[in-house]
Design a protein around this ligand. Structure first.
Ligand SMILES: [Zn+2]
Length: 149
């Protein structure tokens, strides 16, 4: 009979989950490695979007351009995780998963870091930070400083 608990086994296996991008997503992850958050904008209707995909989610047009985000964003919604649903996150509890709207329009799921979750508020100005996770550049956000909401 094993004396290893389920939690101990999870910790031993803990490795940050890595993205497995499709063809449309590879330039997004490469740009992050180069220090830029990018998104796609439709050539027909002007909609900007994330995550990467081959056609506009608004009008299905296949003609789009890739743009670099300013890094300015606002907090739309968030939840504070107090339980790890993947072992790689067990040591990070509690952590914040948020819906963030870029100044340019696209929304994305990200983390709010370097902030007390108790201090977050709707529409709070945020700034992009790109953090390394086991060799993968990951876009996250911190509360913006020096400007009012
Ligand atoms: Zn479109």
């Amino acid at each position: 009979m094993s004396t290893t608990t389920r939690d101990e086994a999870m910790v031993e296996e803990a490795a940050f989950p890595q993205p497995d991008p499709n063809e449309a997503g590879r330039p997004f992850w490469q740009a992050l490695r180069d220090g830029a958050l990018t998104f796609q904008r439709c050539g027909a209707c002007g909609k900007g979007w994330l995550p990467a995909r081959s056609h506009c989610p608004g009008c299905l047009c296949p003609d789009w351009t890739r743009e670099q985000a300013s890094g300015r964003a606002r907090l739309v919604s968030w939840v504070v995780y107090r339980m790890a649903y993947h072992p790689a996150f067990a040591s990070r509890l509690p952590y914040t998963v948020a819906v963030v709207e870029l100044e340019e329009g696209p929304r994305m799921i990200s983390n709010i870091v370097r902030a007390d979750p108790q201090t977050l508020c709707i529409d709070q100005p945020l700034s992009l930070v790109i953090e390394d996770e086991s060799g993968t550049a990951v876009p996250r956000f911190v509360p913006a400083t020096g400007q009012g909401a």
